[in-house]
Design a protein around this ligand. Structure first.
Ligand SMILES: *[C@@H]1O[C@H](CO)[C@@H](O)[C@H](O)[C@H]1NC(C)=O
Ligand SMILES: *[C@@H]1O[C@H](CO)[C@@H](O)[C@H](O)[C@H]1NC(C)=O
Ligand SMILES: *[C@@H]1O[C@H](CO)[C@@H](O)[C@H](O)[C@H]1NC(C)=O
Ligand SMILES: *[C@@H]1O[C@H](CO)[C@@H](O)[C@H](O)[C@H]1NC(C)=O
Ligand SMILES: *[C@@H]1O[C@H](CO)[C@@H](O)[C@H](O)[C@H]1NC(C)=O
Ligand SMILES: *[C@@H]1O[C@H](CO)[C@@H](O)[C@H](O)[C@H]1NC(C)=O
Ligand SMILES: *[C@@H]1O[C@H](CO)[C@@H](O)[C@H](O)[C@H]1NC(C)=O
Ligand SMILES: *[C@@H]1O[C@H](CO)[C@@H](O)[C@H](O)[C@H]1NC(C)=O
Ligand SMILES: *[C@@H]1O[C@H](CO)[C@@H](O)[C@H](O)[C@H]1NC(C)=O
Ligand SMILES: *[C@@H]1O[C@H](CO)[C@@H](O)[C@H](O)[C@H]1NC(C)=O
Ligand SMILES: *[C@@H]1O[C@H](CO)[C@@H](O)[C@H](O)[C@H]1NC(C)=O
Length: 859
């Protein structure tokens, strides 16, 4: 100490540093606290400790009025809280100060425009702007302590929910609507929409339309993991959201909280147009990334009760609104005019007199019908005490007022006593079933069908189990192979599956996948070996934002090589054994193929468990992306669609006939057709393809892989595949392209598949009804007719009746050829019944998980 004090330079430096830290207002440190008697005039501001939020005066949009608010320091447009939203200040003489222990805002005439509502006033308080964006008023001895706050802005939000906020959910409070939208981007005063919670019948988030005095959107009930009506959450419950609802405290109040699972600035805002938008700040691009928007502007099904009572909304069904079974539209005329608001009514009234508590002299009890509608109806009553589904069912059937029930893990027993409103069919993300009451006479038809279905399902399940067991066994024997290097570290790679015999290809087709394994060395000189770390960089470490899609065996990412070349990278799911065979098949097959209608494999990369395939990048993604999207399908006019059909046909013809090896693709479907910048189709995903010897025409496999809806009868049932099974898939694809409807989700309650529907129209001479409405005007009727006829020819039951691809090509190109008359595809309706009931649309059998199978068994 002694020596130090003697050094004058040190002393002055030390006192300077001391000053710097003790009086931040002298320097650059943030000023985040305002004390009794201090004022912030228009122009001054508080900044939170780590520079994340700022509080001060602002004018929104092109308004000249002044408001006190909090915004992000890095984006002053993003206002998260406004104090005087109801009473703007007209000049620049406003002031924020603490008076008598309260925060107040006064205008230039010193009249009060806003004050924090603190009961009882006391001197000696201070308010601090926290790093979370919370502005907290507390006593001098606990500045910034939220647990002892006298008042905090998080308790009086305007239109923005920030991580760290807690929204109380309590049946004592009832519906609680703390968030109210701005009137317009230029006016923060309360607008037409509010957002909050409804604690009754399962906690859910609800948006209200204040103008119309009714709900606008709801999240669906919380099941302890996610809000069941938000598809975004259903698809990945664990990673994509951080919502939680706490256990009830001593007063029965629960709190909704949000903790982001990844770092970053997140906000949830109810916008002035009535959408709840989740966004994250992208610091590199200096803009907000909008992660989701509810209700989704592209999906009218998300609007509250869009289809009316007792009706389900299905965004992928062109009928859009579908009455529950046993119900009919209240007004058929309005329904036909696509005015759904009237909803549906019962065909046969219930026997239980709904107005009286118990049934009288009933001959036969009502029945309960299962609905697969996955957004459960609104306005439920919770009976969490009912321990299991049987108790829940009993409780409902004993009470005539109960018209439906559901037993959902995480929510438990729910019953409905009012009308069933706001239901929506989801195509992904598991299903929540409920059961609704119908007159007993409605049961007959349903019963017969379900008996038949049960038989089919048992067969299918047995098939699945055998196939998966076999897969497992198969995989075990292949593990050794997988640990060997695949691509060497030189530009010209040698694909060396294992040392040993080196005959060119095995044409041994006694079992599936035999071409690759068992010691074959395959030279693939066109194939480049990419450095793994280089691909990691190119795809931004496989970041979520680069993900293009998810296939059965892994994800596909977009990447950019140092030279600027864009690539698509397929990353095989690390530890899953599935996909290894497909990986090898794909490398061996596709490296040898060169055709403008086949996607080009540029190379591969292998490091440890990681296996990557690198393809040319297709800017227009896959066909299903456009074709089945209501908003985008119009981009595909008839000319484009026809050229896509022809391109696919050419690619397939090349595989079947013109390449050096006869190749069966086995998984032709819309999502495997990629589109380049000029909308040229390219067949992709050769993971399931099989190569045939010169005069081999047909093969058999015990491992049936493929996608429902595209699999030919002989393949799905007997595992028999040939070029004709690809022709079948092509036929389905062709009909999908013409109609803009998915075959495997052209689901309906009357068990029609797209193929059966197409046949019906064909036989009734009304095929133009099949044509996608958005190309009906632009298409040439003759061409469409021809295409549909070719499609019908390709999907005939008997492989012998289906044309080969070269004949298809002739039909497509010729103006004059007379086409054979197709026969009726009988197989489809049966198949459709099975898949509709038990396989989620678009899921591949191979990737269908245990959950799906268990559901089937459980039925
Ligand atoms: C910090 O806040 C106080 C009280 O509002 C104010 O008097 C002072 O000028 C502020 N200092 C800076 C540097 O903004
Ligand atoms: C500014 O105000 C005018 C007139 O009120 C309005 O038409 C315009 O859209 C506003 N501009 C912005 C950016 O909000
Ligand atoms: C102050 O009061 C006068 C008279 O009431 C009014 O004309 C003026 O607009 C007010 N100024 C502000 C800034 O509110
Ligand atoms: C302040 O709070 C009391 C009780 O909570 C309430 O009655 C009163 O209306 C509030 N005043 C304002 C201006 O919000
Ligand atoms: C707070 O202090 C001011 C000025 O010292 C005084 O006028 C006022 O009465 C005090 N208020 C209370 C509630 O103590
Ligand atoms: C400031 O702190 C908050 C809360 O701790 C954190 O979420 C945020 O990322 C930080 N911001 C900066 C710019 O460090
Ligand atoms: C969600 O993502 C996590 C981590 O990526 C993964 O482990 C989990 O299986 C995913 N869940 C679903 C349902 O896809
Ligand atoms: C429960 O309510 C009482 C009375 O309103 C209140 O004093 C107490 O703080 C509340 N408990 C909790 C945990 O909020
Ligand atoms: C809010 O409601 C009013 C009155 O119906 C209407 O004029 C206005 O356009 C609505 N604003 C929005 C953003 O919908
Ligand atoms: C309604 O219920 C009451 C008792 O619950 C019964 O006495 C009465 O007869 C019932 N009415 C009809 C019309 O069934
Ligand atoms: C639909 O059900 C709701 C809720 O029970 C009811 O208020 C409304 O009147 C019903 N609408 C029609 C058209 O029946």
């Amino acid at each position: 100490m002694e020596t130090r004090n003697k050094n004058p330079v040190f002393v002055s430096l030390a006192s300077f540093i001391f000053l710097l830290y003790s009086f931040p207002q002298f320097c650059c440190a943030a000023n985040d606290t305002i004390k009794q008697g201090e004022s912030i005039w228009d122009g001054g501001s508080l900044v939170s400790g780590n520079n994340s939020f700022e509080l001060g005066f602002f004018s929104p949009g092109n308004s000249t009025l002044r408001y006190v608010g909090i915004w992000y320091k890095f984006d002053s447009e993003a206002v998260v809280w406004v104090a005087n939203r109801n009473k703007p200040i007209s000049g620049r003489n406003g002031v924020l100060r603490i008076e008598d222990g309260k925060l107040v805002v006064r205008d230039g005439n010193n009249s009060l425009v806003w004050s924090s509502n603190v009961s009882g006033s006391s001197n000696g308080t201070a308010a601090k702007l926290l790093n979370t964006g919370n502005f907290v008023l507390s006593r001098d001895d606990s500045i910034g302590d939220t647990s002892r706050a006298l008042w905090q802005s998080f308790d009086e939000p305007t239109d923005t929910f920030l991580p760290g906020m807690r929204v109380p959910v309590s049946s004592k409070i009832g519906e609680f609507q703390p968030y109210i939208s701005w009137k317009s981007p230029n006016d923060p005063s309360p607008g037409n929409y509010s957002l909050g919670v409804d604690p009754n019948g399962g906690q859910q988030i609800v948006m209200w339309d204040l103008n119309k005095g009714r709900r606008r959107w709801r999240s669906g009930q919380w099941n302890q993991q996610f809000f069941t009506g938000v598809p975004f959450m259903r698809n990945n419950a664990t990673t994509l959201h951080g919502f939680d609802i706490s256990q009830p405290d001593e007063n029965g109040t629960m709190y909704i909280t949000y903790t982001a699972s990844t770092p970053g600035n997140f906000r949830f805002q109810i916008s002035w147009e009535g959408r709840e938008k989740q966004s994250r700040w992208d610091a590199s691009k200096k803009k907000w990334d909008y992660l989701q928007s509810e209700p989704d502007p592209a999906n009218e099904c998300e609007l509250y009760n869009f289809c009316g009572n007792y009706s389900t909304c299905d965004r992928l069904d062109r009928r859009r609104c579908i009455c529950l079974e046993g119900f009919r539209p209240k007004s058929q005329a309005q329904w036909n005019a696509r005015n759904w608001s009237g909803g549906c009514v019962r065909k046969i009234d219930l026997q239980c007199p709904i107005t009286n508590g118990t049934a009288v002299g009933k001959a036969k009890p009502d029945i309960f019908k299962k609905s697969k509608c996955t957004k459960l109806p609104d306005l439920a009553t919770l009976l969490p005490s009912e321990g299991d589904i049987d108790a829940c069912s009993k409780r409902c059937s004993e009470n005539c007022l109960c018209i439906a029930y559901a037993f959902i893990p995480g929510i438990r027993c729910m019953i409905w006593t009012g009308n069933l409103v706001d239901m929506q069919y989801f195509h992904q993300g598991g299903s929540l079933d409920f059961f609704y009451r119908l007159h007993h006479s409605e049961s007959d038809r349903g019963r017969k069908i379900s008996d038949l279905e049960i038989v089919i399902i048992s067969l299918v399940v047995t098939g699945f189990l055998v196939a998966s067991l076999w897969l497992l066994w198969r995989f075990r024997t292949k593990l050794n192979v997988s640990s060997k290097p695949c691509c060497k570290d030189n530009d010209v790679a040698v694909f060396d599956v294992s040392k040993g015999k080196s005959k060119e290809f095995s044409t041994d087709l006694s079992g599936p996948a035999d071409i690759l394994i068992d010691g074959n060395q395959v030279h693939a000189p066109e194939l480049q070996n990419f450095d793994f770390s280089c691909i990691v960089t190119a795809t931004n470490n496989f970041c979520e934002g680069n993900r293009l899609g998810q296939g059965g065996f892994g994800s596909v990412y977009k990447g950019e090589l140092p030279g600027g070349e864009q690539i698509a990278v397929k990353r095989l799911a690390g530890h899953s054994g599935q996909g290894l065979e497909e990986f090898k098949t794909e490398i061996i097959l596709i490296a040898k193929l060169q055709h403008r209608n086949l996607v080009r494999l540029l190379g591969c990369s292998i490091q440890g468990e990681e296996k990557l395939l690198i393809y040319e990048y297709m800017p227009n993604k896959s066909l299903d992306n456009l074709l089945f999207d209501e908003a985008k399908k119009a981009e595909l006019d008839w000319k484009t669609r026809l050229s896509i059909i022809e391109g696919i046909a050419r690619g397939l013809l090349y595989l079947h006939r013109d390449s050096r090896h006869r190749i069966i693709h086995r998984d032709l479907k819309a999502s495997n057709i990629l589109l380049d910048a000029e909308m040229n189709p390219k067949i992709s995903d050769f993971g399931m393809a099989r190569m045939f010897g010169g005069n081999q025409n047909e093969a058999n496999t015990v491992r049936v892989v493929g996608t429902y809806g595209y699999m030919s009868p002989e393949y799905a049932m007997e595992g028999l595949f040939s070029v004709k099974s690809d022709v079948y898939s092509f036929g389905v694809l062709l009909l999908e392209i013409v109609s803009g409807q998915r075959n495997n989700s052209f689901r309906s309650f009357d068990h029609t598949s797209l193929l059966a529907y197409a046949w019906r129209l064909w036989s009734e001479d009304k095929v133009t009804d099949l044509v996608d409405p958005c190309i009906r005007d632009s298409c040439s009727p003759n061409e469409v007719l021809k295409c549909i006829q070719i499609g019908m020819l390709c999907v005939q039951d008997s492989p012998a009746h289906r044309p080969k691809m070269d004949a298809v090509m002739v039909f497509l190109e010729s103006e004059t050829a007379t086409l054979p008359t197709p026969t009726k595809p009988t197989y489809t309706s049966l198949k459709a019944a099975v898949e509709e009931e038990y396989v989620l649309d678009g899921q591949e059998i191979v990737s269908s998980n245990d959950v799906t199978i268990t559901t089937i068994v459980g039925r």
